[in-house]
Ligand binder design. Structure first.
Ligand SMILES: *Cc1c(COP(=O)(O)O)cnc(C)c1O
Ligand code: SF4
Length: 466
């Protein structure tokens, strides 16, 4: 600021609303509970504010469709006459949703397989995903958890929260808990407060975060009470979910202003969606508008192989093309990491254009975003062991069974083989002096695996349940 003073809070904006709600008093319109109880989900209700296409009407009238519900605020962002409106495609179904596609799955990320207790997904070494509700403020047509989301009978009970928290308490490697759902921000404020308090009381939980689309569907929920509540649990982080710059309204900007003033670092996760944001230029516009409201783009997801999302999927090459158009072309701060969440449950896999063109001892050939090709000369006297004394001063964080390629690099293992690899290659052959087991050490590479972390692993293993 030129005068050296802190920026003034963003003033309360002119409210974004469709003409149908013109006469609703501001206090009601800005009340998140009013928004929640006045959501739209039928042809009749939606036709009050937008002109539905035949395809949308057919989908809305069909059975077995993933839940529809849209807040009056969010539906007001839709262009009532444009069937290609990017906001509309995210929340209003068309009959394309009913079309199956190859590799489509119900639980494409195999989350239910990685749940030690219902609703808790422990896939990575040091962090967990805690699903606390199946309810959302509005429902995204491509939702990766549509198998449970929206269904009130699938939601979690107090007993399940207790089990989830008990698992985190007895698992000391968990240093980061991510609350998601459904949407944690639609929980009753007292219940959310209670869950956060219980997590904060666990000594090994370092950071707590929430992934929520409520700020986008219902920015009025990010009120002073909410900001005061989450401030008690710092370090507390929040990720929102914006896909298109039209979602960045004065209301969202004001909500992000309140939240960041409460000390909450805010990130954004987008999903790459055909006809919504699958363009380099639209993605640039989106991330520029995000950093203007102090939201840091975090992930850009490839759309999952989930039922109903077929028509919204893009190729992976489109994602790579978009990343090519961002890196170097705009602020590094504004660039998300493009990830494919591995079907079958492998977790998030970053996918980027290639910048390393060639390597030889002592040389790496790289190219930049402009196509300029350069050589980096590596030191010939680099000693990677010099740091070991410093490394020894801190506690290692073992990752039992999940070290992956780092284990190969650390010289603890020579190769990684698929299950059944040895048996397949033996092709049923019988015992022979060349293969006899008493000379198995002939396959033991000298020096590999000399560092034994088995003991650390035992130390970190969760105590057994009584
Ligand atoms: C995305 C995700 C996380 C968090 O991953 P980060 O890369 O740390 O943001 C944790 N657990 C599961 C199961 C996830 O899908
Ligand atoms: S807000 Fe998130 S959980 Fe809810 S429907 Fe959208 S993508 Fe699914």
């Amino acid at each position: 600021m030129a005068n050296g003073q802190a920026a003034q809070p963003v003033t309360e904006p002119v409210h974004t609303r469709a003409p149908y709600w013109q006469d609703v008093p501001d206090e009601k319109w800005m009340d998140w509970r009013w928004q929640m109880s006045n959501r739209l989900n039928t042809v009749q209700e939606l036709e009050r504010v937008i002109n539905l296409t035949d395809s949308e009407r057919r989908a809305l009238d069909s059975k077995g469709l993933f839940r529809v519900d849209i807040t009056p605020y969010f539906v007001s962002l839709i262009d009532p006459d444009d069937p290609h409106c990017p906001i509309r495609k995210q929340v209003i179904p068309t009959d394309k949703e009913l079309v199956p596609f190859q590799s489509m799955m119900e639980d494409s990320l195999a989350e239910d397989k990685h749940s030690p207790v219902p609703g808790l997904v422990h896939r990575y070494p040091d962090r967990v995903l805690m699903l606390v509700t199946t309810q959302c403020a509005s429902y995204c047509r491509y939702c990766t958890r549509s198998r449970i989301v929206g269904d009130p009978t699938q939601t979690f009970s107090r007993k399940e929260f207790d089990d989830q928290i008990a698992y985190i308490e007895r698992t000391p490697q968990i240093r980061d808990v991510l609350l998601s759902g459904g949407d944690p921000m639609v929980l009753a404020p007292k219940l959310l407060d209670m869950i956060l308090a219980r997590l904060r009381a666990i000594p090994h939980v370092e950071i707590i975060r929430i992934g929520s689309r409520v700020p986008v569907f219902l920015p009025m929920r990010v009120n002073a009470e909410f900001c005061d509540m989450v401030q008690k649990y710092h370090p507390f982080w929040l990720n929102i979910h914006v896909n298109h710059h039209k979602e960045i309204t004065p209301e969202l900007a004001a909500a992000m202003d309140r939240l960041t003033r409460a000390g909450v670092p805010v990130g954004n996760q987008s999903v790459l969606l055909a006809g919504v944001n699958d363009s380099v230029h639209l993605q640039r516009k989106l991330i520029h508008e995000l950093v203007k409201i102090r939201v840091r783009p975090y992930y850009l997801y490839q759309c999952d192989l989930v039922e109903g999302s077929g028509h919204l999927r893009t190729t992976v090459s489109k994602g790579i093309e978009i990343m090519e158009g961002l890196r170097g072309h705009t602020s590094g701060y504004a660039i998300p990491t493009y990830v494919v969440d591995a079907p079958g449950g492998g977790g998030k896999i970053p996918v980027t254009p290639n910048y390393v063109l060639a390597q030889a001892p002592g040389k790496v050939v790289l190219r930049n975003f402009e196509g300029f090709i350069t050589t980096y000369t590596e030191p010939t006297d680099y000693d990677p062991t010099e740091i070991l004394a410093q490394e020894a001063l801190i506690a290692r964080r073992p990752e039992p069974g999940q070290e992956g390629i780092t284990r190969l690099l650390a010289g603890e293992q020579m190769y990684i083989e698929p299950a059944g690899f040895a048996e397949t290659r033996a092709r049923g052959g019988s015992e022979h002096r060349l293969r006899s087991s008493d000379i198995a050490q002939k396959w033991q590479p000298l020096g590999v695996g000399a560092i034994d972390h088995a003991q650390e692993r035992v130390a970190l293993e969760a105590p057994k349940e009584e």
